[in-house]
Design a binder for this molecule. Structure first.
Ligand code: NI
Length: 172
């Protein structure tokens, strides 16, 4: 397994709509392993393929806490097939927008259909934080970042902070 290079805002690959995967073969499984390792290396709870420079419809998610057993979800060609009426607001961050967080409104629960690590079709009813993670990662496949879902004013403030942090890091 290998830790892959992370692509950060405003890299154009993050704005692109990702392509459907033809089949889940050994090469794809190796990519899924690498994505998971990359996500764990940065203490993330989700990662989408465009974030490692691959414009394909692939995400990995693991919301287990540090003191729990790992519980990874591998999702190839995921699709939301049901959304709850209820919405919730929660704080989100993203490995492609480092060290920033903001409140985002999401559906409280979603049902997602996808191909798993073995290429088998699966359906998952995601609720709570898992539902938020699924919606955040699937957005990446359509070129949408969570900062696209907050007000323009909040986004400008957040991006200013990001720029400031990057400058500070560059001077260290
Ligand atoms: Ni993200």
């Amino acid at each position: 397994m290998a830790v892959l290079k992370l692509y950060e805002y405003p890299h154009p690959i993050l704005k692109k709509k990702a392509q459907k995967v033809e089949k889940v073969d050994d090469e794809m499984r190796k990519f899924l392993d690498d994505m998971l390792e990359t996500m764990y290396a940065d203490a993330g709870v989700g990662l989408a393929a465009p974030q490692v420079g691959v414009s394909q419809r692939v995400v990995v998610i693991d919301i287990a806490h540090d003191d729990e057993e790992p519980n990874p979800y591998y999702m190839v060609n995921p699709e939301i097939i049901w959304k709850s009426e209820e919405k919730v607001c929660g704080e989100e961050g993203c490995l492609s927008v480092p060290d920033q967080r903001a409140e985002v409104e999401r559906f409280a629960a979603v049902k997602v259909k996808y191909l798993d690590y073995d290429g088998k079709e699966q359906e998952l009813l995601a609720e709570g934080f898992l539902a938020i993670a699924v919606q955040h990662e699937l957005d990446h496949l359509d070129g949408i970042l969570y900062i696209d879902r907050i007000s323009r004013l909040k986004r400008q403030m957040l991006l200013k902070k990001l720029e400031k942090m990057r400058k500070e890091k560059a001077h260290q």
